[in-house]
Write a protein that binds this ligand. Sequence first.
Ligand code: KG4
Ligand code: ZN
Length: 427
Amino acid sequence: MPGQKTSILAIETSCDETACSVVAQNSNTNALNILSHQVHSQAKLHAEFGGVFPNLAKREHGKNFVPVLSLCLNQAFNVPLPPNPDSENKDENLIEQNPNLSTETIEKIKYILQKEHDLGPDLVSYLLSISPADFAHIKESLAGIAVTYGPGLEPALWVGISAAKALGIAFDLPLFPINHMEGHIASVLASTGNLEPAGIDFPAIALLISGGHTELVSIDSWHAYTLIGQTVDDAVGEAYDKVARLLGLPYPGGPEISKLADSFRSTIDKEGVSREFTLPRPMIHSKDLNFSFSGLKTAALYAVRDRIKTQNDEPLSQNQKEDLAAEFEQSVIEVLLSKTKKAILEQGSKSLIIGGGVISNHFIRENFKNLCRELNIPLLIPEAVLATDNASMIGLVALLQVKDGQPGIPCSGFDQIKAQGNLSFSK
Ligand code: KG4
Ligand code: ZN
């Protein structure tokens, strides 16, 4: 017998990706379906400045939100794309014609969006442009709206939260405020196609490596997380980005460093070229499960400066850059493997989940595959589109909550939902 479908509209704006998804679950079989997965990245814009600027990110989320949302609802529910948002006075005409939203509801939505200057007028116009039939179809299809409320850049988080509240009021749907890091963990569910897959045994360990985080999390069940290790300074991705900048490479630096390191390793394999640089393995022997990557970046800076001095101010050759990148990546992987292995053995973990943007790095993936082979436990890695920031992973956490009987927060409780830039798992 086909089961009832639970669908969630999910929103993610914690950093430099504006993302909306609709994810669905069959409540009999737990089979998962991603009905729409839309991501707009601001990475190119921030590349000019070498990092993500919170207020620039906020403005861009505001401008891009309605285009991303409308593509998402078009793909998931066949809602036609909105008319040109620049057309004048449309607002007033549509209010008179629109049976979906009372004047009072429209005023409430405008109040919620009052601080979101780049988002507010576009979102209201879009809601008013949806036909009554499509409006009813969206409302009936969704069980709620999930939104990232932290950790992340607060001005950026607020855009998604305000949009989610406005949509919650418009469609009279509950909100599910979601921890972004929990999303990275749940992202592995998508590739299993099921909300309760065989092959993820608890207790599990998750290693989360991104531009903002480096965390080891112990997982007793999908709802019970304990932070058992984290970076005491820079995140892994941040170290990649900073070393890339040192070598004159664009942001985000991870893929650039990875290419150089790959190229060096393939040369070594063929020609046995020796390494010119030796970098430290920070905190590899510390008794705890914490990491530090700031010293590694500084050591790379000094190594480059000293090398330039010894070669009479000649900049590093391509070969030297590749050498440094490979030594940096070797240090990163040795530290990550050592701490993760220690965590697995200490906690008696039965599976390893790895997530976050840095996991796109195939050298890191291969090394973790080998570790799990050695320890004889399954390794779960999200597919590429779910490894970097996206909204599907946020929707998956909400589906887990719905499955667990959580009703979400009704409109009357929206005031309590606030951005929490430093949100973290309990220790
Ligand atoms: O999870 P993510 O998309 O955004 C957050 O930081 O939350 O991660 C982005 C980070 C950036 O620091 C980027 O340089 C890094 O992931 N990254 C990589 C690779 N691709 C992206 N780092 C190493 N190797 C890669 N191939
Ligand atoms: Zn992330």
